[in-house]
Design a binder for this molecule. Structure first.
Ligand code: ADP
Ligand code: MG
Length: 245
């Protein structure tokens, strides 16, 4: 089954075409990797799927229902959650309160004992239980990234969009996030990951799409990507030997 379907999506910012007639889908049984050089339109794609921006043309559907044009909180309540490339937790609130915001804000739920218990179980999943009382501002970058994922999970999603959650992390921290994404997928949540860490892409993703200058230039298995001339020219380039497993 198709969870998300992006059809003929174009987004222009003035004269700049950030996305140019992009078609792609996220299927139920896969983690989809979204790859591409900086400025190729990856975050814009997430911004449109999550309702931050309206498309200039084209449409997006989630489980068969059109979501493009709906407000972000509506899309989130329908079951599409996301993380941000630049994580911004509420620094003065505790780690637990940050997750409670994800669980309760905008959907009318009371911050009652059940909600708190759910938030604690999410903190367990993202491996932050022992820090629940700490202010989010005291967390390391890697912990903040996991908190960001926890906040998104707290909204009870069917699909999660992860925007460069491994950027800036060391090898061990990357391995922890890879394990976490696998665990999330195993609970039945579909995942789309924007990622530059090629090791993670090859371990996690069944399928990848590559964007370049707003155009989709490749769709296929991660292993095929490193053999594709257009992808090598646009993205992998000289970094191929360093980054592609
Ligand atoms: P990526 O995430 O692949 O690095 P982005 O989607 O952030 O790329 O950006 C794609 C292009 O769209 C870039 O040229 C960027 O400068 C431009 N862009 C993104 N958001 C805006 C915006 N709100 N206003 C103007 N230009 C934007
Ligand atoms: Mg980006």
């Amino acid at each position: 089954m198709t969870l998300l379907e992006v059809s003929m999506l174009t987004k222009k910012f003035g004269g700049l075409v950030a996305l140019n007639n992009v078609n792609l889908e996220l299927r139920e049984d896969e983690i989809l990797g979204i790859i591409g050089p900086n400025g190729s339109g990856k975050t814009t794609l997430f911004n449109i799927i999550s309702g931050i921006y309206y498309p200039t043309s084209g449409s997006i559907s989630f489980e068969g229902e059109t979501i493009s044009g709906k407000k972000p909180y509506v899309i989130c309540r329908m079951g599409v959650a996301r993380t941000y490339q630049l994580v911004r937790p509420f620094l003065n609130m505790s780690v637990l309160e940050n997750v409670l915001v994800g669980a309760c804000f905008g959907n009318g739920r009371k911050m009652d004992a059940a909600c708190r218990e759910e938030a604690m179980s999410i903190l367990g999943m993202v491996n932050l239980s022992e820090y629940y009382k700490r202010p989010a501002g005291s967390l390391t970058v890697a912990q903040r990234k996991r908190l960001e994922i926890g906040r998104a999970l707290a909204t009870g999603p069917r699909v999660i969009l992860l925007d460069e959650v491994m950027a800036g992390l060391n090898a061990t921290e990357v391995d922890d996030i890879i394990a976490l994404i696998k665990k999330i997928f195993e609970t039945g949540i579909g995942a789309c990951v924007i990622e530059h860490v090629m090791k993670a892409v090859s371990v996690l993703c069944n399928r990848t799409v590559v964007l370049n200058n707003g155009r989709l230039i490749f769709e296929g298995r991660p292993q095929e990507m490193s053999q594709n001339d257009e992808v090598i020219k646009a993205y992998l380039g000289t970094r191929r030997s360093e980054e592609v497993a």
